[in-house]
Design a protein around this ligand. Sequence first.
Ligand SMILES: [Zn+2]
Length: 495
Amino acid sequence: MFNLRWIRASLLVVSQMGCSAPPARWVVVGEGAASPGGLLDPELPPSIVYELAPSADEVAVTVELDGEEDGETELGLGAWAAIDEPSLWLSGLSATADHGPVEIEVKRFGLRPKSRWRVRHDPGARLRVHYIMTPPTDAPIEERHLVPRISASLFRGVGNVLLMTPVGEVWEPARRIGFRWRVPAEIGVASSFGAEREGAVDLTLDDFIHAFFMAGPDVRWVSDDGGERGLRLAISGSWTFEDEAFLQQLGAVMQAQSELVQDEHASEQAPFVVSFAPYAEPPAGYSFAGTGLTDSFLAVATPQASLDPEQKGGRRLYHLLAHEMFHEVNGRRIGREQPEQLVYWFSEGFTELMAFRSLVRAEIFDAAVAAEEGRALMEAHRSNPARELPNADIVKRFWTDAGARRIPYQRGFVVGMWLDGELRRRGIDRGVDAFMAETLRAADEHGERVTVERLLDRIETMTSTAFVARIRDVVVDGEMPPAEAFDALEGVFTH
Ligand SMILES: [Zn+2]
């Protein structure tokens, strides 16, 4: 059975839904946890439409939606990742309804989303809310991929900090969401939902805004349907490699990851999209960063990026790609209960470990290269001033303290190795891969979201009460792992 995920602008295309043969993947993809809304009527018009009109120094956004029946609709825009208050970039807000301009009132209070706008209108009126976003161009280097990039050569941003969403329970279920680009014909466009200039997707608003939107004169879109899951590359800039060669390596990593976690639902997922772009102004030295999004991730790199794992620019690039891609499993399909920082030791730390394991499996890294990277990570862990920070403190300090921001990656990497060694000692030959496979299955088939306790329960089931107590001391209380955990590096990349 197939569910609607991707729909072309012309909804007539999906009339093939009634056929017994699977329709074209690009139009209709996926089911299960990834498509929370179930099958929506293909004829249904979108209940909300976002229009994006980027220019060299700002992006104009228009949101069209049916106002609520009580004549008051609230829209919000809030904190995401390191960005606390994107509404400070907003200007020129106006709204119109069927009968003309309508009144807007601004409220700011401490709950997410922080900034809210209340629009008063005739009950159920169709609203058009219009505003301009002008993000800063001088964000610190470690946040530059999170702040939308707006320039003549490229627009790229994540919806969380650009797109206002209506607030309230009625807006929470999955729905049909339209998107439309208003750009000159020569400008290429791409998003987590395809390269069409106009389209719609069936998702929750939360998933829809957790996506990248990208436009520019040199934006290219390259497709690979050879694997179990479709893969797309949205790329800008000129690099030391060809787009197709890059896409091929991405495909090899995706295949390796799918095998490691024994993914039985890969072919049901929407195509996976990678957005890759240069910095507007490259910083000195090597800089690579990325973030995982709905069915996609975005990454930014300095010009040293290379497909040669012998070079530093190659190693850094592969590490970034494998890490961000694994978040599709560990982060999106395996969802997290809030506050999610409590399980970053798993979603970031185990992702570090699985990223290196997948690069070895894809025969891009030698086991010795992965072990060398692992040793560097362990050294950084030992010298991290936050190495004994209790888990609960990571919630408050993650985005403000550099040591606290790194500790879940380092601690979780070591715990993952330790678990791998213990599982194999107990005759579970696939080690940490078996643990990941179980967790993914629970997410896909039972909708389980991870919490510290659920993860520890699963570890206990697969090992022992005594072993999980030692893991708890590390991941909850912040104790340094024992020597045995670090020693597990020996062997973690050779099975
Ligand atoms: Zn990550």
